[in-house]
Design a protein around this ligand. Structure first.
Ligand SMILES: [Zn+2]
Length: 271
């Protein structure tokens, strides 16, 4: 599932190729994927790429295209052909197409002048300068909820999904069922460092390649080789060799080492 690093690899991968391309038209082949007015962007050029959380943003002369890949979406650049499972396509004057290819069809495309209308609800960017350890401590102080759902909450921090959350909690020695108000200062800081470390590392390796995700031009992300616990149920923990276990937290499949990420009974529901 595309999370922050996968979307970021589209941003950095597509920008050098696509900046300057002029839009000839576009349409939603699957009507639920977009209700945008595609005629409004005809003859506009792509001027830049950006990302907020898991949203990819293409800046145009006077507007923006925003894409959310959701579960199985990917972006293909093609010449004249429309790949199977394309839900939205954009055509350019150089005869290229940019297609949202999405087997499960949950991905969405918006065309807006004001980006905030779509991404304004998102929490802080975890790699931004504003996201300091002090800021995180302040954000964290008011929270009482379970750690894993809190990390997945896009209004808390933007861009973390299921695999990043499992890897972050493993690195920080924190059980996914711990509640935020049971962490001491050192643990909060360790969680902060792990968020930054895991996301940066995944970006460095180009993200993962689960499901249909592919990097730009079919280049594959290599971070799946670096995963320590995610989808490794029954395999030995890289630290203590005890088997990785899988539990369900907030309806999400969750992977952990119960030896490294201990759960004392006073760690949950203390109030
Ligand atoms: Zn272990």
């Amino acid at each position: 599932m595309p999370e922050l690093p996968e979307v970021d690899s589209y941003r950095t991968g597509l920008a050098p190729t696509m900046i300057g391309w002029k839009i000839k038209g576009g349409k939603a082949l699957w009507k639920n994927a977009s209700d945008a007015d595609f005629s409004s962007i005809i003859n506009q050029k792509i001027t830049g790429f950006d990302r907020r959380g898991k949203y990819l943003i293409l800046n145009l002369d006077q507007s923006n295209i925003i894409i959310h890949l959701r579960m199985t979406g990917r972006i293909d650049l093609t010449e004249n052909e429309t790949p199977k499972y394309t839900t939205v396509e954009f055509d350019f004057y150089n005869n290229k197409k940019m297609c949202l290819v999405d087997y499960r069809k949950f991905g969405k495309v918006w065309i807006v002048e004001d980006i905030e209308k779509i991404v304004g609800h998102l929490g802080i960017e975890p790699l931004s300068k504003q996201f300091t350890s002090k800021k995180f401590r302040l954000m964290f102080e008011k929270r009482k909820g379970t750690l894993k759902p809190l990390l997945l909450n896009q209004q808390f921090i933007a861009g973390i999904g299921n695999y990043l959350a499992d890897e972050i909690l493993f690195r920080a020695n924190l059980h996914p069922l711990r509640t935020a108000d049971t962490l001491n200062k050192k643990e909060v800081n360790e969680l902060y460092l792990s968020i930054r470390h895991i996301i940066r590392k995944s970006i460095r390796f180009g993200g993962t390649t689960f499901l249909t995700f592919r990097g730009p031009e079919g280049k594959k992300g290599e971070f799946w080789k670096k995963l320590q616990v995610f989808r490794k149920t029954g395999e030995p923990c890289p630290h203590c060799k005890r088997p990785i276990t899988r539990i369900i937290v907030g309806q999400r499949s969750t992977h952990l080492c119960e030896n490294k990420q201990k759960l004392h009974k006073n760690f949950i529901n203390i109030k």
